[in-house]
Design a protein around this ligand. Sequence first.
Ligand code: ADP
Ligand code: ADP
Length: 221
Amino acid sequence: MIKLQNIEKVYRTDTIETLALNGINLHVAKGEFLSIMGPSGCGKSTLLNIMGLLDEPSNGQLHIDGHTVTKLSDKELAGFRNKRLGFIFQSYHLINDLNVLDNVELPLLYRKVNAKERRRLATAALEKVGLSNRLRHFPTQLSGGQKQRVAIARAIVGEPEIILADEPTGNLDSAMGNEVMDILIQLNQQDKTTIVMVTHDEQMARKTHRLVRLFDGAQVQ
Ligand code: ADP
Ligand code: ADP
């Protein structure tokens, strides 16, 4: 589903050059739930952002679902990201001025889905994460775990093949973290969504199919 070949990432500024990824080779199978761990600064977010087409590698090739995405134009990349990928972040990235339903409908608005269909799909996604009773609430009125569940509903509303999650339980206590993790496991098992998750939490990582450890931009063997 996702194949990385000799992926390198160098961040350059006028004075500093940082080798963030040093030749990553990784194959994520369709339907797999993979976690990535490693110390701060080892390249986890960079790797996830490259898989999520949010950032470009300096060298190497990235294939997703048989497409060599390193060769696509910016417009094609945006389309690919919008249709096939869902993102979840540690800090939720919800829009505080929009209620729960409107937050979840947002990706569909970008896809020009009509209002009635947006409402139907967003309601269904929120039901899946157990938030049918919070549709008209605003993010500031929700707990951290509820906010992350809204973010998951937003990530899945367009039925992505792949979910990329950057420390999805990082801001949550263990009870709320486990709730979020259970939802991700359910999406993986029932909907067969491929999931790649960065985490600092060994306990969460152990619930996934496979763990890849990074150190200084390379995989620990
Ligand atoms: P992690 O997610 O494992 O904490 P990151 O992928 O964020 O690590 O960062 C990997 C390395 O790349 C770090 O040394 C970091 O300082 C560097 N880095 C990340 N983003 C940038 C950037 N935009 N410009 C320069 N260096 C960066
Ligand atoms: P934090 O550690 O501050 O919680 P996140 O995990 O929320 O960081 O975000 C990781 C990276 O993804 C950041 O570099 C951020 O700029 C970027 N990012 C966050 N949200 C989006 C988004 N909706 N679209 C594109 N990039 C994003």
